[in-house]
Design a binder for this molecule. Structure first.
Ligand code: SF4
Length: 156
C-alpha cells in the first residue's frame, strides 16, 4: 500500500493572531460560509429564529449557499466594529475561527503565500507553533462550513 505523503504543515506552522487586526474580516469580496450549527448559534445569540436571522443578516452566494452579509460601502463583514472587534465574537462562525487554516488557503503554495501576505499573525517572529492536529481540526470545520446549506428547514 502506498503511504500518504505528509502535508507541508505536518511539523506545525507559526501563528499568533494579532489583537485588533481584523484584516481577515475587512476584505472586500470576502465570503464566510455558514454551517447549520453556525446559523443556529448566531440566531440564538441574537434572540431570533434562524430563518429571520438569515433573512436579516445573510445573503446567498452565487450558487445559493447562505453567507454573512458584507457592508455595502466597503465590503467588510457586517459584524466588524469600527475598533476592529467582532460584535458576535462569542458565537462567531467556524470559518472565522478556522482562519487562516482554510482548505482554499493551504491547497497550493501560491494561495498560502497570498494568505501569509494578508495575515500578520503568520509573520510574527515570536508566534506560537500551531500543531498538525489543531490545523487538521480547523481544516475539517472549514470543509463542513464551505459545504454550507441552501435551505434551512430541510435538514440533510
Ligand atoms: S488577519 Fe490574521 S492576525 Fe489579523 S485578525 Fe485575522 S487571523 Fe488574526
Amino acid at each position: 500500500m502506498r503511504r500518504e505523503k505528509s502535508p507541508w504543515y505536518s511539523e506545525g506552522v507559526p501563528f499568533s493572531c494579532v489583537p485588533d487586526c481584523g484584516k481577515c474580516c475587512d476584505q472586500p469580496g470576502g465570503v464566510v460560509f455558514l454551517a447549520r450549527h453556525d446559523a443556529e448559534k448566531i440566531a440564538a445569540h441574537k434572540g431570533m429564529d434562524v430563518q429571520s436571522w438569515l433573512d436579516l443578516d445573510c445573503r446567498r452566494s452565487a450558487d445559493g449557499r447562505w453567507v454573512i452579509q458584507s457592508n455595502p460601502h466597503d465590503g467588510s463583514c457586517i459584524y466588524l466594529e469600527d475598533d476592529k472587534s467582532c460584535s458576535i465574537y462569542e458565537v462567531k462562525p467556524d470559518q472565522c475561527s478556522a482562519f487562516p487554516w482554510w482548505n482554499e488557503n493551504m491547497r497550493s503554495s501560491r494561495e498560502w503565500r497570498k494568505t501569509v501576505q494578508l495575515c500578520p499573525g503568520l509573520r510574527q517572529s515570536d508566534a506560537d507553533i500551531i500543531s498538525l492536529p489543531v490545523i487538521q481540526s480547523h481544516l475539517k470545520a472549514d470543509a463542513v462550513a464551505e459545504k454550507g446549506f441552501r435551505v434551512w428547514n430541510r435538514d440533510v
